[in-house]
Design a protein around this ligand. Structure first.
Ligand code: PLP
Length: 406
């Protein structure tokens, strides 16, 4: 069973959207696409018995949290005090917290907010254990977990591989200290990034091999994020089977905390052309910044899709077929960074000032990562509703820019 076998609600076709009517620049979340993802996630949650919570690091657009709740999402995972506060205030479900290290200054507040608290090391657990025990003695119900590092990952990019050499993320089998497990009722691992469920299955084999003797004393296991269940072709049946088998075998509650899977293919970054300059090639300067508004394009790196634009043909191919070249442009942003460029794209029409250029799949890991570099205008955040109306939910001005500085 894959995404296409599930009978999910239809989504608004992109060619029916009046892009010129959307003020630029803007991150535009499409309600129909989000609902589609949510109904899929809801089915997986129901069929597998796993609890699926949203990882704020990837998706934290809080104006749509009521929609998440509508589809049975019962909590969020936070990587910091700020995200934990947002979880409490806006998601209003269970607050799960994991960070590579907690500071003395922030820990007491994090402890107050958390329902599930995951430590990255035994040294952090030992440091904060007295506070945890005091809170429990005072009546707080708190699940405490430890992140383990199975030292197995199929992630190709080092930047996104938490199980690579000398990783600081999670305790390896060699460093494991079973004598300190008293008070810990769950294990957490996170080694996937945009992966399918076959990778999860292979990872679980390693987790069981390395940590099996401790699993049977646990109440819950958190499989982290990176389960891209909303991607076309993802093997959902396998995910459901693997989760069910694990739950039955170890008698544990299973938690998945994807971020990308929620926001995957749910909207766009709408930009417009500010200028077209010429330096051997035509170069369109847009009212957005790759570096400030879609940094993963430069970090991963990857080439985003632009609606209605294609790749430039290979030079050889163009000469051989004499194929019409269309209108090629190098697409760049409005900061002074030379590399603030996405690459060359071919349009079927010449670009004019004010024309919209729409980047696809720009909801997850964008809004959460943006900066005010160069002071460039931050894109609005908006929602395209099911009835076709556009709602601007947030605009950013000088005050937000200034508030980040002093
Ligand atoms: C601990 C942890 N949980 C969950 C996630 C969310 O992963 P994704 O957005 O790929 O599903 C991440 C991502 O880095 C993570 O580090």
């Amino acid at each position: 069973m894959t995404v296409s076998d599930l009978h999910l609600p239809a989504v608004t076709p992109t060619d029916s959207i009046d892009w010129q009517a959307i003020p630029s620049p803007a991150f535009v979340l499409d309600e129909s696409r989000l609902r589609r993802n949510l109904s899929l996630i809801q089915s997986v949650q129901r069929e597998s018995g796993a609890q699926i919570i949203v990882a704020f690091k990837g998706f934290a657009m809080w104006s749509v949290f009521p929609l998440l709740r509508e589809y049975g999402i019962t909590g969020a995972t936070a990587s910091s005090l700020n995200e934990a506060l947002l979880a409490k205030e806006e998601m209003r479900g269970e607050v799960h917290v994991y960070a590579p290290a907690y500071s003395e200054a922030e820990f007491p507040r994090i402890l107050e907010l958390a329902d599930h608290l995951v430590f990255n090391s035994f040294s952090q657990w030992e440091r904060f254990r007295p506070q945890v025990e005091a809170a429990r003695a005072a009546g707080k119900e708190l699940h405490v977990g430890l992140r383990v590092n199975p030292e197995y990952a199929e992630v190709e990019t080092d930047l996104y591989n938490p199980a690579g050499p000398f990783s600081r993320l999670g305790v390896t089998r060699r460093e494991f200290r079973p004598e300190l497990l008293d008070g810990i009722d769950g294990l957490h691992f996170h080694t996937l990034c945009e992966k399918d469920s076959d990778t999860l299955e292979r990872t679980l084999e390693v987790v069981e091999r390395n940590f099996g003797e401790y699993l049977r004393h646990m109440k819950w296991v958190n499989f982290g994020g990176g389960h891209l269940m909303t991607r076309e072709g993802y093997d959902i049946a396998r995910l459901i089977r693997v989760v069910r088998q694990f739950r039955e075998k170890w008698g544990v509650h299973v938690i998945l905390e994807p971020g990308s899977a929620f926001g995957w293919q749910t909207g766009w970054l709408v930009s417009s052309v500010l200028d077209v300059v010429h330096n051997v090639k035509d170069i369109a300067v847009l009212d957005i910044s790759v570096s400030a508004h879609m940094p993963d394009v430069l970090e991963m790196p990857y080439r985003p899709r632009i609606l209605g634009a294609g790749d430039p043909p290979e030079q050889d191919h163009r000469e051989a077929t004499d194929a019409p070249a269309g209108f090629p442009y190098i697409i760049g942003g409005t900061t002074c960074l030379a590399g603030d460029v996405v690459g060359e794209y071919v349009f079927d029409h010449p670009l004019n000032l004010g024309d919209r250029v729409v980047f696809d799949d720009m909801i997850h890991y964008t809004m959460v990562k943006t900066t005010f570099f160069n002071g460039v205008k931050h894109p609005d955040i908006g929602i395209l509703h099911l009835d076709g109306t556009y709602e601007r939910v947030k605009a950013f001005g000088y005050e937000e820019f200034k508030a980040k500085l002093s």
